[in-house]
Design a protein around this ligand. Structure first.
Ligand code: COD
Ligand code: ZN
Length: 375
């Protein structure tokens, strides 16, 4: 029996307030309105950004259904939707691509102005939510919400993918992998033979390492305070691994000594102001490029000596790896099926969706790179 046009009752992990465990609830998911798409979720990764929304480090409105790194199958579409149809395999996009805003129209831009990262409204474009639970409206997360059996997203925030793609693997292209890999190949445009340093070896940092390797970097220095992360970093292409806690001097001095003059490209993939300035200071003083990938902690500021930039360094940010979301997903999934990169080493754990709290414990204790929840 078709569910199109009807409210669907299903299970979702609701976060009623900050710093509480997820609560598996029965929710009602309204049918998609015009230009919206309802998706049956198949797999979703757990990203550190979801945890930032749990702890309040990232401001969101509760109650909320988190999750933004997923893959699923279109269940039904609202009026006027032409780019996807029921049955299509898709990846929801936490940065939409409206095609008409300044960032979408500029070849160098990718942060579509319809994104809900800073505004954090938690609502669809018409100012309402498609989720209710126990009579209350529940907010969405970054226009996505994937910790639920069904979700509704705007048509500009969904990309159709190759029907042969394994959803429990390519869901990582929805955030972690693309964010890191793109920071290297798309934002920094790492050149063959160059020297790179990657600060932070979570799922995103390891994807930066993969990007540096694919771009032909000859030296990739992986930096983390947890030495347990080094084996995997080496497996994916790191040539050197450095734990700042093994040294008395600041890490940027260590890296400058190791490379004689500083690295060509450095990447901050942790989200801390101290490591952002350390990564900047680690790159070559005249032509070095430093990319901030980690989300800056809310309300914190950086003070630094402007001489660091005056000499010629470039300091950049990268959101979703600089990829224009809808245009790039198809290509990235295609590159994965052509074996241009791997995703398996990032997925350390797979759990049924209802064990979501266990998945977050694995992230918080540093035991997982990526846990994928399957429905
Ligand atoms: N020095 C070196 N390494 C450190 C330090 C430090 N002072 N502190 C922590 N680390 C290491 C940790 O040991 C860990 O290995 C790593 O840094 C961080 O990894 P994870 O697993 O916590 O995080 P990831 O890789 O899943 O994601 C981290 C980001 C900061 C990139 C992520 O949270 C983020 O901000 N993403 C980008 C922003 C964005 O686009 N957000 C929207 C959707 S993600
Ligand atoms: Zn993410």
């Amino acid at each position: 029996m078709s569910t199109a046009g009807k409210v669907i009752k299903c299970k979702a992990a609701v976060m009623w307030e900050a710093n509480k465990p997820f609560s598996i609830e029965e929710v009602e998911v309204a049918p998609p309105k015009a230009h919206e798409v309802r998706i049956k979720m198949v797999a979703t990764g757990i990203c550190r950004t979801d945890d930032h929304a749990v702890t309040g480090a990232m401001v969101v409105r509760y109650p909320i259904i988190l999750g933004h790194e997923a893959a699923g199958i279109v269940e039904s579409v609202g009026e006027g939707v032409t780019s996807v149809k029921p049955g299509d395999k898709v990846i929801p996009l936490f940065i939409p691509q409206c095609g008409t805003c300044p960032s979408c129209l500029n070849t160098r831009g990718n942060l579509c102005s319809k994104n809900d990262i800073a505004s954090a409204s938690g609502l669809m474009a018409d100012g309402t939510s498609r989720f209710t639970c126990k009579g209350k409206a529940v907010h969405n997360f970054l226009g996505n919400s994937t910790f639920t059996e069904y979700t509704v997203v705007h048509e500009t925030a969904v990309a159709r993918i190759d029907p042969a793609a394994p959803l429990e693997k390519v869901c990582l292209i929805g955030c972690g992998f693309s964010t890191g890999y793109g920071a290297a190949v798309q934002t920094a445009k790492v050149e063959p033979g160059s020297t790179c340093a990657v600060f932070g070896l979570g799922g995103v940092g390891l994807s930066v390492v993969m990007g540096c390797k694919v771009a032909g970097a000859s030296r990739i220095i992986a930096v983390d305070i947890n030495s347990d992360k080094f084996a995997k970093a080496k497996e994916l292409g790191a040539t050197d691994c450095v734990n700042p806690r093994d040294f008395k001097k600041p890490i940027h001095e260590v890296l400058i000594e190791m490379t004689n003059h500083g690295v060509d490209y450095s990447f901050e993939v942790i989200g801390r102001t101290e490591t952002m300035t350390a990564a900047l200071a680690s790159c070559q003083c005249n032509y070095g490029v430093s990319v901030i990938v980690g989300i800056p902690p809310a309300a914190q500021k950086i003070t630094f000596d402007p001489m660091v930039l005056f000499t010629g360094r470039t300091w950049k940010g990268s959101v979703y790896g600089g990829w224009k979301s809808r245009d790039s997903i198809l290509k990235l999934v295609g590159d994965y099926t052509k074996k241009r990169f791997v995703l398996d080493p990032l997925r350390t754990h797979t759990l049924p969706f209802t064990k979501i709290n266990e998945g977050f414990d694995l992230l918080r204790t540093g035991k997982s790179i990526r846990t994928v929840l399957v429905f």
